[in-house]
Write a protein that binds this ligand. Structure first.
Ligand code: CU
Length: 280
């Protein structure tokens, strides 16, 4: 074994030891998908990757093929072309159109279908039961707010947590997200969903989760010195477990909320997503 391969093997082994025994290939994969629609994003990602790989191989074949074909041992005399003949223009235009149609247009089509058909299809809060969560980002933490027993936001009985989001499986969850200071980005990587948190503005996102477990939420927008620390816990429960957690949290909120503290009331009046969309 050469010294170089020994070096790389030791690097890989070291990296594997530092990542709970996950292989290099496993770590290249996206995090586990726990949502109903995450596969759409993954599908687009894989489609792009494989298609680009195909084109990469074609480009390499052309590059090395022509280098071999016009090798100076076989073709000692160089010819100079302007590339303006009809044939040459047609070849270049044809390849350009093929790339545009098979990559750009396809990606745009798939992304547009996913957006219009799925991600922008807001659950109708007047017709189906959804879980509503308000998210306030700040340098450098996540504040979450549930409406509490009365179902109304920014009231005394709200359940408020810091860097600790609890969600159920099997139910549509609608987030309304804003920021206290700078632009942050609320990113649930396990659901492949992300939305900007902007001061003075409320943005929305909805997800439906399928797997219970412990995950993480990250800030996906450089937001200052401790941006990297802006991680939050995400616990996904089965519907029964979530109900139990919420009941306990509501009880606790009743006992520990300082109702006189004005800083507790950072929430806002919930806006029905569909009503808001039709109003604009
Ligand atoms: Cu941030």
């Amino acid at each position: 074994m050469s010294l170089l391969s020994l070096f790389f093997t030791s690097l890989v082994l070291k990296a594997e030891a530092a990542n709970d025994g996950m292989s290099l290939l496993e770590r290249m994969k996206p995090p586990v998908d726990i949502s109903t629609n995450g596969h759409l994003i993954d599908g687009l990602f894989y489609f792009t990757t494989w298609l680009i790989l195909v084109y990469f191989i074609l480009v390499c074949a052309g590059l090395f093929g022509f280098a071999y074909k016009y090798w100076n041992k076989k073709n000692p005399k160089a010819t100079y072309l302007h590339g303006t003949s009809k044939k040459h223009v047609a070849i270049v235009a044809g390849i350009g159109a093929a790339v545009f149609i098979t990559i750009d247009m396809q990606i745009t089509r798939i992304a547009n279908d996913d957006f219009v058909g799925v991600f922008a299809k807001w659950p109708d809060e007047t017709k189906e039961e959804v879980l509503k969560v308000q998210v306030l980002a700040q340098q450098w933490a996540w504040n979450y707010r549930y409406a509490g027993k009365d179902g109304v936001f920014n009231t005394e009985d709200d359940v408020v947590t810091l860097n600790d989001l609890h969600l159920p499986t099997g139910k549509k969850i609608v987030f309304q997200v804003t920021s206290k200071d700078v632009i942050h980005s609320f990113f649930i990587s396990n659901a492949r969903q992300k939305v900007d948190a902007m001061p003075g503005r409320v943005s929305r996102m909805w997800v439906e989760l399928t797997k219970a477990g412990k995950f993480e939420i990250a800030c996906a927008e450089i937001c200052g010195t401790y941006h990297y620390r802006m991680a939050s816990k995400l616990t996904v429960h089965s519907p029964e477990d979530f109900k139990a957690w919420m009941e306990e949290a509501e009880l606790k909120a009743d006992q520990v909320n300082d109702k006189e503290d004005p800083t507790r009331y950072w929430g806002w009046k919930w806006q029905n997503a569909i009503a808001a969309a039709t109003k604009n």
